[in-house]
Design a protein around this ligand. Structure first.
Ligand code: 6PG
Length: 239
């Protein structure tokens, strides 16, 4: 694993830097494999990155977009991660609808939706049960509690090692989330973290030792590159 931690002066530079890395990974993936797979993050931090991507002249037909986690709400709900990315990005570029792979949330049964999405991933990447496909880019954020994707402290989802997708639990509410082994197969994971409220979580995530069940972002140790992009306020924690 190649790990890089960068502290950028402000949110704007954090977005510029994330855009630069994402664009270079997209062209690398397309040059090497003919397509690029990206998992989008929810939360507020990546939204300006999504807006910036609209202005890029990219071979959208070769880019496939997934989500690392989803709130268990319909796609038109204000809390939907899919909705946020569609409004800021996907509805505004010429990407084929079949290249957009949202996490389903309509079965009335989160486990069934997680299983259906796992099947979609297995078919898309042509992997069998027990195999984990490598995403080209997984975007992630962290919460003030050090969760990432919908891997919340002390929840069963953190321990799932035999599935690609599982049911997360935020204060009793179900979410759909990538599992730790799926995230860790990625060629490139980019954490985007902004704001002083993230300092205590970052201090524990970067500590030489701390409990992974309490600070789930510590579990992210990908085979490929791991980028931590922090704005100056968050970056105080890693000085
Ligand atoms: C979600 C996210 C989540 C998010 C963090 C950071 O669906 O809530 O995927 O893990 O990335 O909570 O959120 P902010 O960017 O708003 O700080």
């Amino acid at each position: 694993m190649k790990k890089v931690v960068e502290v950028l002066a402000n949110r704007e530079q954090l977005i510029d830097r994330s855009l630069e890395i994402v664009l270079s990974k997209i062209s690398e993936a397309i040059a090497e494999r003919g397509l690029c797979t990206i998992a989008a993050a929810g939360g507020s931090t990546p939204e300006p990155l999504y807006r910036a991507l609209c202005a890029q002249d990219l071979p959208w037909d070769k880019i496939h977009v997934f989500w690392g986690d989803e709130r268990y709400v319909p796609p038109e709900h204000p809390d939907s991660n899919q909705r946020m990315a569609r409004l800021a990005w996907l509805d505004r570029v010429n990407i084929p609808a079949s290249n957009i792979h949202p996490m389903p949330t309509g079965a009335g049964d989160p486990a069934a939706d997680a299983a259906a999405h796992q099947t979609e991933l297995q078919q898309f990447f042509k992997v069998s049960d027990g195999e984990f496909p490598a995403f080209d880019i997984i975007l992630l954020g962290i919460g003030d509690d050090a969760h990432t994707a919908s891997l919340f402290p002390g929840t069963a989802a953190l321990e799932v090692r035999d599935a690609l997708v599982t049911v997360g639990n935020k204060d009793g509410q179900p979410r759909i989330t990538f599992t730790v082994p799926l995230i860790n197969r990625a060629r490139c994971v980019i954490f985007m973290v902004a704001g002083a409220s993230k300092q205590p979580a970052l201090a524990q995530i970067f500590a030489p030792a701390a409990d992974e069940m309490t600070y789930p972002a510590r579990l992210v140790q990908p085979d490929g590159e791991l980028w931590w992009l922090l704005d100056a306020a968050a970056g105080e924690a890693v000085k």
